[in-house]
Design a protein around this ligand. Structure first.
Ligand code: SF4
Length: 514
């Protein structure tokens, strides 16, 4: 067997989770140059850039949602795929033990987290063969927030703002623009789309995801597809949805299109949306030892160029002087004085809660007093610290926001029942929550999705944990934070930045009908 194979896989997973490849860094640097620094978009991109550098320097996950590990393995004829599969699974479990991957594999029937990222369908491993003597392994880690914004269209279709989309390349262009518009900030934009024209429903989505293994700066060898890629990039950025859906110049950093043959009766357009935390790497391995002979996507160097000068990273949140400090617990008057667009810096105690906590609170009283409290939609990466003297404790190593819209069925009731004053998440919430904020006197804050390292550094202490029966990411963590920055995107007066940006970008989309 290959003695270095397991270590090589652990190294590939670690690097993919912690260090973005050069083409993604270049696209994000270009986005950073495009936005004015003192705007919401500029501040969001600066936090993202700081987060990218912080993750690489501490070998920590770029985002707390370390994603579905998807391996594409190409081997010489005769290689033992059964053994390699078991080694890759062991490497995934080991990377999880080391805190490079969050335990992300959940039994779909019981909701139980396997704790090691192993389970039916997790991780995804595809094998292929080739006529070379070495082994190629490519890995993509794509999180749930962006996965949930994937879209599949069956043409002909009627699309909001764009009208009929026919079984033509023009119809394909409309589908891609529509998917980007629908995603708004929910997938942690600026994002990239992999697209498949044709195939069936299953192969279409798979081929769309495979497009994300292309580099962002390549050119499609098919000139017809290259032309759509170029026009989608230009038109999608005209939508001005911007980073995190805050409005701004950069909505998309990549569009990669492939095509498969289809049945005459079907015409699917499948779209895989990936977030700015576009974690994809690959290696070539010596087929005798399993050791790494070459890194893919890294242009011959394993050293990453920083996004920002070190002093900018060290300075933390880029302030304009207009930020509003808030100390939890928060009063009703403080909440009512906030309006959409305000940037706040929260200090004090906040409680995490995502799907399991919200479902629990609908039937049970909270384990803590939530009056005036801050509820953070977050499933952090938390490791237990064993102290040689004194008590063991917890340390949060990644703590960005999760997609809030999943809690839409519960949020208004929870605000009403328990007196929560601030909800923090990403991507915004719907009309029911907006009405609930107004009724109960609360605000929704959008934190910067994926900025897991940045926000982990705002946490001074883990003060406790409740509901641990739901597993680490789903438990209710009690976090003491200092100067935790976020933007008011839904206020207590019925205003929503998400609604405004969706309507404004919809009007632009209408103009792209042709
Ligand atoms: S950056 Fe956002 S969408 Fe991407 S994995 Fe992280 S939380 Fe999910």
């Amino acid at each position: 067997m290959l003695p270095a194979f397991l270590d090589s896989m652990v190294e590939l997973i670690t690097r993919t989770s912690t260090d973005l490849p050069p083409d993604v860094r270049a696209a994000m640097k270009a986005a950073l140059r495009t936005e004015e620094p003192a705007t919401r978009a500029g501040q969001a991109l600066t936090i993202i850039a700081q987060n990218i550098d912080q993750a690489a320097s501490c070998d920590g996950p770029i985002c707390q949602d370390t994603g579905m590990p998807t391996f594409e393995v190409t081997v010489p004829v005769g290689a033992n795929q059964i053994w390699m599969r078991s080694q890759i699974r062991e490497a995934v479990a080991e990377a999880t033990r080391r805190g490079k991957l969050r335990p992300n594999s959940v039994d779909s029937i019981t909701g139980e987290n396997s704790g090691d990222n192993l389970g039916p369908g997790t991780p995804i491993i595809h094998f292929d063969q080739w006529d070379h003597s070495d082994i190629e392994v490519k890995l993509i880690l794509k999180g749930g927030g962006c996965e949930n914004t994937n879209a599949q269209y069956s043409l002909p279709a009627e699309l909001d703002h764009l009208g009929r989309s026919d079984r033509t390349l023009e119809g394909v262009r409309k589908c891609i623009l529509h998917a980007v518009w629908k995603a708004q900030g929910k997938g942690c934009g600026p994002g990239a789309v992999g697209v498949c024209i044709g195939g069936d429903r299953t192969s279409g989505y798979l081929h769309a995801k495979e497009q994300l293994f292309r580099t962002l700066d390549d050119t499609n060898p098919d000139p017809r597809l290259a032309a759509i890629e170029t026009s989608v990039m230009e038109e999608a950025n005209r939508l001005a949805i911007g980073p995190m859906g805050f409005s701004g110049q950069t909505t998309l950093i990549g569009c990669k299109i492939g095509a498969l043959n289809r049945l005459p009766a079907s015409f699917f357009v499948s779209i895989a949306y990936d977030c700015w935390a576009f974690r994809r790497l690959g290696v070539h391995l010596d087929a005798a030892s399993g050791s790494i002979t070459q890194w893919l996507y890294r242009e011959g160097t394993t050293t990453s160029q920083p996004m920002l000068p070190p002093e900018v990273v060290a300075a933390g949140f880029p302030r304009t002087g207009r930020e509003i400090p808030l100390q939890a617990p928060i009063s009703l008057d403080q909440v009512r004085s906030l309006k959409v667009g305000d940037v706040v810096l929260i200090s004090g105690r906040m409680f995490t809660g995502r799907d399991a906590v919200h479902a629990h609170l609908m039937k049970h009283d909270p384990p803590v007093d939530l009056r005036g409290g801050v509820l953070y939609h977050c499933g952090p990466v938390v490791v237990k610290e064993v102290e040689p003297q004194g008590e063991d404790g917890w340390r949060v190593t990644a703590a960005g926001p999760t997609t809030s819209i999943r809690e839409e069925p519960y949020q208004a009731d929870i605000l009403d029942r328990y007196g929560v004053r601030i909800v923090i998440g990403k991507g915004g919430m719907g009309s029911r929550t907006l009405a609930g904020l107004q009724k109960s006197g609360a605000v929704y804050l959008n934190a910067i999705g994926g900025a897991a390292q940045f926000y982990a550094r705002c946490i001074e202490r883990v003060a406790g944990v409740s509901l641990m029966q739901f597993g680490t990411p789903e438990a209710m963590w009690h976090l003491d934070v200092r100067d935790f920055p976020a933007i008011v995107t839904m206020d207590a007066h019925g205003n929503s930045l998400h609604k405004d940006v969706e309507e404004a970008s919809g009007a632009v989309l209408e103009g792209l009908k042709r």
